[in-house]
Design a protein around this ligand. Sequence first.
Ligand code: 13P
Length: 253
Amino acid sequence: MKRKYLIAGNWKMNAGGASGLELARGVAEGTKELAGRVEIVVAPPFTALAAVAQELEGTHVEVSAQNLYPKDSGAYTGEVSAPMLLESGARWVILGHSERRQYFGETDEFVREKVRAALAAGLRPIACIGETLEEREANRTLEVVFRQLDAIRDELASRPGVGVIAYEPVWAIGTGKVAGPEQAEEVHAAIRKRLAEFSAELADATRILYGGSVKADNAAGLLGMPNVDGALVGGASLDAAGFARIAQAAPER
Ligand code: 13P
């Protein structure tokens, strides 16, 4: 199967107000000529989600949330559900980001529940997995990545190709230390093989994005790898022109 490139911008806790609208407009304008060839997604904070979705209506750019709570409604103060996100105009949701695992104690099981809730509501999950520096140095990269992957693969297999995996080595996030193309490809290929042992259809249909210090000047090398199907971009997604250059680095497939 020909997997279409997906370039997603995770704005994290930035651009949650008027600046988010300007950024969204810049992304739509800067990536216009890629429409149909490269899928473009932006993930603003909750406060800007509905306004950004409205701003992008009728364009090729889709909107993602950065998290959800896996219940539809109820007494869960401060939380936001999958149906609410959908109603706000989101079509995607980033789940299990390492910052959520690290700072908010999210477990593999909780991430699984979130992936299930997203799919049940009709939201497309971008599920994040990745090892810390300590784990990599102890040669535990695949052990950790497979454990995180195995927790969600049944959910992903319920709708092959709807969900996306983002491999984000924690040591590469916000550090400027990007994984080299071969280093990323090695893990991406291992993830796909692991999926194939479970379901050939799932392995073939699932896009595996790379995330961690992706910038305009290192994107082409990463996106040129056969098992890298896109990027989840943090810091560099806050600049519309730089983000557009990353998307433009996706080769023809
Ligand atoms: P940076 O691109 O800032 O390293 O962040 C990556 C990331 O965490 C995307 O989700």
